[in-house]
Design a protein around this ligand. Structure first.
Ligand code: CA
Length: 497
């Protein structure tokens, strides 16, 4: 991927022959999305989108060739700047393949070393705006939809790369379609489905990120797919079909929400998050903010989250041995994550590391909150936000010593200096806070991309306004964008019943 994201086209920019930018609507890793329309004041004539005739006068109400009505049309444009597969995508677009699960662009524009893929806009939403979790039924539906489309494309000779969140378009009726795919190759003979193993594994990982914390069986099933147990799109499709009813019958109340977003200026999202059910009484929630740049930060944060979830799960039997045993389990998991990242950093020869904040929720009442670095845990109780964790940062030390205020710390030039991180030293000291939760409480775990952009008071008022954790999560991500979106943002909300 190219190192820098190009600056975006401002409203009013003309794109290609037919379009004018209304606005940038969303940024994702590797993509920028615009809404555009076909009001081109600079052109004497107007294009008919029914027959393609371009000679009707600007003011005409009907097409002078086919007679269909000419009204302003709106389009969604996905812009990519990594041009590695741009030619293959152009060949794919020119074939105008039609499938209910695939949105084929009506036009492609190359401009400023970007490839702009144009699709009609009818109120669609983007999967990058959806917080986790989705219902089991929805996760499975999306899986089937994507697998069906990818298999069909393969049969047409189109080999696609891994499907990402930014490739999923949601119609107003909830249907998911693939768009602006990474097309690796277009050929005249079918692509063998066995060649799509990576697509299957990546899709399973994507779907897993939308599973509910208590949907352990579906998560485990998808993990098998990630590991290659269902090697082809056909195998995984059949496996989902066979389990659909059993999994889809499980539904969970809206008590959790999580979302991670690249923000408005970064190229890469180096944050990670995860949650896992340990037994019927305990759940673990983790947010990590990696650092170390490409092939560093996102690796460190992912390793940390995966290691902690795995270790905690392997030691579930210790949880019954008392509160100290729970603390020890958390501590051991953090240490193992630390050592795993340190070993990987030495192997790669880089200095990657990560912050970590996690909550082990026991009996839906006792919270054990552990942190390293400046990712935070907050408690929202009685409509007030309380910070639970204490940052291991240089500016926090200045605040503790009374040298600067909390407000000054936020804008301090050295606010990004961390005194402790996971994966950078041989041992890591963690802080653990025990909190007795009450019904109605909400716990927020987040990276500094949230609290650095949104004041605590504003975080509190968003939590007060939106009870559903998924909706609150999306609104908080929006607020971080409005605050500047300078950093990746990841957050998780757990509501206590
Ligand atoms: Ca960060």
């Amino acid at each position: 991927m190219s190192e820098t994201r190009p600056s975006h086209f401002p409203p009013g920019t003309f794109l290609g022959d037919h379009y004018m930018v209304e606005g940038l609507v969303r940024l994702a890793e590797g993509r920028m999305f615009y809404l555009v329309n076909d009001e081109r004041a600079d052109r004497p004539t107007r294009r008919c989108w029914t027959c393609g005739f371009e000679g009707s006068p600007r003011a005409a109400r009907i097409c002078h060739q086919c007679g269909n009505a000419l009204a302003k049309r709106r389009f969604l444009v996905a812009a990519r700047w990594d041009m590695a597969n741009a030619d293959a995508y152009s060949v794919f677009a020119a074939r105008r393949l039609e499938h209910p699960g695939v949105v084929t662009p009506i036009d492609l524009v190359r401009m400023d070393e970007q490839l702009l893929s144009v699709v009609p806009y009818q109120g669609e939403g983007l999967m990058v705006d959806e917080a986790s979790p989705l219902s089991n039924q929805r996760v499975l539906h999306i899986g089937q939809r994507v697998l069906g489309a990818v298999a069909w494309l393969a049969a047409q000779g189109v080999r696609v790369g891994p499907v990402r969140r930014s490739n999923l378009l949601i119609s107003p009726d909830g249907t998911v379609r693939l768009f602006d795919l990474d097309v690796l190759e277009v050929r005249s003979t079918p692509v063998p489905v066995a060649d799509l193993r990576e697509v299957v594994a990546e899709l399973a990982t994507l779907l897993r990120s939308y599973c509910h914390v208590r949907s352990g069986q579906l998560t485990d099933f998808l993990e098998l797919a990630t590991k290659g147990d269902f090697p082809t799109v056909v195998d995984l499709g059949r496996a989902i079909e066979g389990r659909f009813d059993a999994f889809a019958a499980l539904a969970f109340p809206p008590t959790i929400g999580a979302m991670s977003d690249v923000g408005l200026t970064r190229q890469l999202n180096e944050d990670s998050w995860g949650w896992v059910s340990l037994d019927k009484k305990a759940e673990l929630f983790v947010v990590a903010d990696g650092m170390g740049g490409h092939d560093g930060g996102e690796v460190a944060s992912r390793l940390a989250v995966d290691t902690i979830c795995r270790v905690a799960r392997e030691n579930t039997d210790r949880l019954g041995a008392g509160l100290d045993a729970i603390e020890n389990t958390l501590n051991d998991a953090f240490q193992l994550a630390n050592n795993t990242i340190k070993a990987e950093a030495e192997r790669k020869g880089n200095d990657m590391g990560t912050t970590l904040v996690s909550m082990l929720l026991h009996n839906n009442r006792q919270a054990f909150i552990a942190n390293v670095g400046d990712s935070r845990a907050y408690l929202f109780r009685d409509r007030t936000l309380h910070q639970v964790s204490v940052d291991h940062s240089f500016v926090q030390k200045l605040v503790d010593r009374g040298r600067i205020t909390k407000e000054e710390a936020r804008n301090h030039p050295q606010s990004n200096i961390l005194l402790r991180t996971v994966g950078t030293e041989k041992d890591v000291e963690i802080d653990i806070f025990r909190v007795e939760l009450q019904p109605g409480d909400r716990v927020l775990l987040c990276s500094d991309g949230l609290w650095g952009e949104v004041e605590d008071e504003d975080i509190g008022s968003i939590l007060a306004t939106y009870n559903d954790p998924r909706i609150a999560a999306r609104e908080l991500v929006r607020a971080s964008h409005q605050g500047g979106g300078k950093d990746n943002v990841t957050l998780m909300i757990v509501a206590v019943r």
